[in-house]
Ligand binder design. Structure first.
Ligand SMILES: N[C@@H](CCCC[NH3+])C(=O)O
Ligand SMILES: [Zn+2]
Length: 422
């Protein structure tokens, strides 16, 4: 299928999803036990921090300010690059803090006193402390023992809290850290009064099962909130986020289009797609889903990439139905082949009408859209002509429409002739 086959120029079908029917019979009922937070999660949007670590990213101040679109979208937090990174990062952090956003502004810094002081100086609502805890990072990155990490963490946490600012303590590479070390550390910082502990799959190697186990265990050890952060190296970032919520995590880190270090983290849009199916009421009330496309386009253009064709929700063919069997059912009831109603995101579905696998029901619907009146037999005949052409070369919508129009003109001529003869 070629790009010209995509909305908005193509035919669309406007049926909506009969929501009650769907939930009554859906096998996708979520497991809503006492520990699951799928119905009340929060988003820490890290496009302006993790996203700045994306290979193509360069966010000037103006672009960062435009990202207040995320505030309108309804994310709970925006996370910014450490003000210690560069003089401009420091200035930008102060600028974003002074915008008076509804969303809370965080900055992500190394777990040491100097970084924490700079962060507080900028006027952030919260300081996100991070330090590596895997033996790899202990040995090859900062060289600190778990005891040293804990000692510093407690001092820094105390300082940030004394400034009346929210504080999170996160390990890095949590899934390759020693479980006893990890739980000991989290327990200590929880006791010291952190608002959240953070678990990070820094290398993207965790599976949903591993995530469930670790978060479920941690949920029994700390009473503060649990933030989670998943890299997508093995394609599990969205599934892992969902699993984390089921196990009792409270916050998910995202970035728009998933941009971040290497191939990035849980994408905001993909997470919305997942969660609008799991928790439709919560997600549709809390987030301004119709703003998603604009936010993604803003980021895509800022970092000079296209929105991937298979992006959930906004990929060009995310709501395109092609095979005749699919098109027929979609026209009768969109829930047959759609788990998400595109209208929730302000989008429309599209039914492909120009291939060898196009069926006559799709053509009939196209005729209705074009105001062309034909009998079912005539529609079937012209469908056969379209298939014949599509067997020879790829067709554009205009080609199919031309076949329909010329077939219709021929029909009219025939009819007139018959009338004259009668
Ligand atoms: N980018 C870091 C951040 C960890 C903090 C999570 N909120 C990582 O993947 O380890
Ligand atoms: Zn990360």
């Amino acid at each position: 299928m070629c790009l010209t086959d995509a909305p908005p120029s193509g035919p669309v079908s406007s049926g909506s999803h009969p929501v009650q029917d769907q939930s009554a019979s859906s096998p996708y009922q979520n497991v809503n036990d006492f520990i699951s937070n799928v119905n009340r999660f929060k988003i820490i949007e890290s496009t302006l921090r993790e996203g700045e670590q994306f290979a193509n990213a360069f966010f000037d101040t103006e672009t960062k300010i435009r990202m207040q679109a995320l505030d309108e979208f309804g994310v709970d937090y925006i996370e910014l690059t450490s003000p210690v990174s560069s003089p401009q990062s420091y200035e930008d952090c102060k600028t974003i803090c002074s915008l008076g956003l509804k969303t809370k502004v965080l900055t992500h810094v190394r777990c040491n006193m100097e970084d924490a002081k700079k962060a507080v100086e900028c006027g952030v609502d919260g300081v996100d402390l991070v330090i590596g805890t895997s033996s790899f990072l202990q040995k090859y990155s900062h060289g600190k023992s778990i005891e040293m990490i804990q000692k510093t963490a407690l001092e820094v946490i105390e300082y940030v809290k004394s400034q009346g600012v929210e504080v999170r303590f996160s390990s890095e590479d949590s899934f390759r850290s020693d479980l006893v070390d990890l739980l000991t550390l989290y327990k200590a910082v929880d006791k010291a009064g952190v608002n959240r502990v953070g678990v990070a799959d820094t290398v993207g190697g965790a599976t949903p099962r591993m995530v469930y186990d670790l978060i479920r265990t941690l949920r029994g050890v700390v009473s503060c909130d649990i933030e989670t952060h998943f890299h997508d190296d093995t394609g599990c970032a969205v599934a892992n986020a969902h699993s984390a919520l089921e196990a009792g995590a409270t916050h998910i880190d995202t970035s728009v289009l998933g941009i971040g270090e290497r191939n990035g983290i849980t994408p905001l849009g993909a997470l919305m797609a997942r969660m609008v199916v799991t928790a439709p009421e919560y997600v549709t009330k809390k987030y301004n889903l119709k703003a998603l496309k604009e936010v993604e386009e803003l980021v895509a253009s800022a970092v000079n990439i296209n929105i991937p064709f298979n992006n959930p929700i906004t990929g060009f063919c995310a709501f395109t139905h092609k095979a005749g069997i699919h098109a027929k059912a979609i026209l009768a009831n969109p829930s047959t082949y759609e788990i998400i109603d595109p209208a929730l995101f302000g989008l429309t579905r599209y039914i492909s009408i120009n291939s060898r696998i196009t069926g006559w029901n799709a053509i009939r619907s196209r005729c209705e859209q074009l105001g062309i009146k034909m009998t079912d037999d005539e529609v079937k005949e012209v469908t056969a002509k379209i298939k014949q052409m599509a067997d020879i070369r790829p067709l554009a919508i205009d080609d199919t429409d031309s076949i329909l129009h010329s077939y219709h003109i021929e029909l009219q001529k025939k009819r007139e002739l018959q009338e004259q003869q009668a």
